[in-house]
Design a protein around this ligand. Structure first.
Ligand SMILES: [Zn+2]
Ligand SMILES: [Zn+2]
Length: 350
């Protein structure tokens, strides 16, 4: 089968490798759609990840497909069943798993980091992943491409649960990439009264024009987003500010545009070596801000996103601006990195 394997920095090879077999307790899924994630772009560029990546490895972790092989003793699945995969595999036994924060598992592993991923015709789902509940039945009425982006959406949901985004909130998202737009859609679905979007790239803001969920946009390369948000809120500021951009400057602006007692979510990480941001801590102190981070997601959050997609409250199709066969992966990666696309999905076996 064809598989896209990472060997080192910018060394991606489309190779012919054997179709995997299902381990006892595991599955093999025929991949119908696997979306390109910002982390894929970073890992390819860097030739690995700071979280550890066992090279060479088949990358791709935003996966939807059909059950192809069922391992001995694996229960609850049928051949041909349409499924969506979680990315991380929590251990289920460490203190953080026991506390219910599987996304913070001390011993977590992940598809496309320790296990071969979904830019391939078939992906082996390890027994540990199946046991942790990381394989979800796909709701009716959605395409494989649409549900392939469940995982990044679930990470946004984890962030918004931590920020307690709710009814009547004014939410400002910094960063108009696919994840920033997911935050906008999700904030609206959670009852936000106003949703603002800021970015320094006009092309990215342009891509957000078709989203009625967004009330106002600001081009932060030309205007001060702090001033704009204060203007739009009558000087009050945003109840929740979410940074979905690799920018320390955006993090600082987030604290300045937040309302008193506002929540500031440092959702997007910063590049290695550039992750020290200087804040005026008195802004946080006097405004009584809650500043927090967010990383990965849990099984219940994946289930919630699938339910919201099934009910039509989240319509993911609008976020997918490119679908290409796996053989055109280079084009797909370039498109995803260009800033002129939202989610780009690769379809193996096409
Ligand atoms: Zn991802
Ligand atoms: Zn754990």
């Amino acid at each position: 089968m064809q598989a896209l394997r990472l060997y080192g920095a910018s060394d991606l090879r489309l190779e012919d490798i054997p179709v995997p077999e299902a381990e006892p307790g595991g599955l093999v899924v025929k991949v119908e759609a696997c979306a390109i994630c910002g982390s894929d772009l970073r890992n390819v560029r860097a030739g690995g990840s700071s979280h550890g990546m066992d090279l060479p490895i088949t990358i791709g972790h935003e996966i939807a497909g059909t059950v192809h092989g069922i391992g001995e003793g694996t229960e609850g699945f049928e051949p041909g069943q349409r499924v969506v995969l979680a990315t991380i595999t929590p251990c289920g036994q460490c203190i953080n798993c026991l506390r219910g924060i599987q996304n913070q598992c001390d011993r977590k592993t992940a598809i496309s980091y320790q296990y071969d991923g979904g830019f391939a015709e078939f992906v082996a789902v390890p027994p540990r992943h199946v046991a942790a509940g990381g394989v979800f039945p796909m709701p009716e009425g959605l395409s494989f491409a649409e549900v392939s982006i469940t995982e990044p959406f679930s990470c946004a949901l984890n962030g918004q649960e931590l920020s307690r985004v709710g009814l009547g909130d004014v939410v400002c998202v910094m960063g108009a990439g696919p994840v920033g737009l997911m935050h906008c859609l999700l904030a609206r679905a959670r009852g936000a009264a106003k949703v603002f979007l800021a970015d320094v790239a006009p092309a990215r803001l342009e891509l957000s024009r078709d989203f009625p969920e967004i009330d106002n946009r600001v081009d932060a390369s030309r205007e001060d987003p702090v001033e704009r948000v204060l203007h739009w809120t009558g000087g009050v500021g945003a109840d929740v500010v979410i940074t979905a951009a690799p920018s320390g400057k955006a993090q600082v602006q987030a604290t300045r545009m937040a309302a008193k007692r506002g929540r500031v979510n440092l959702f997007g990480g910063l590049p290695k070596g550039e992750s020290e941001t200087v804040f005026d801590s008195n802004v946080i102190h006097y405004k009584e801000l809650f500043v927090h981070g967010a990383s990965d997601s849990t099984v219940p959050q994946m289930m919630t996103i699938l339910d919201l997609m099934a009910s039509g409250q989240l319509r993911p199709g609008r976020l997918i601006t490119g679908i290409l066969p796996l053989s055109r992966f280079r084009e797909g990666f370039e498109l995803a990195a260009s800033g002129n696309a939202l989610k780009v999905v690769l379809e193996p076996g096409k």
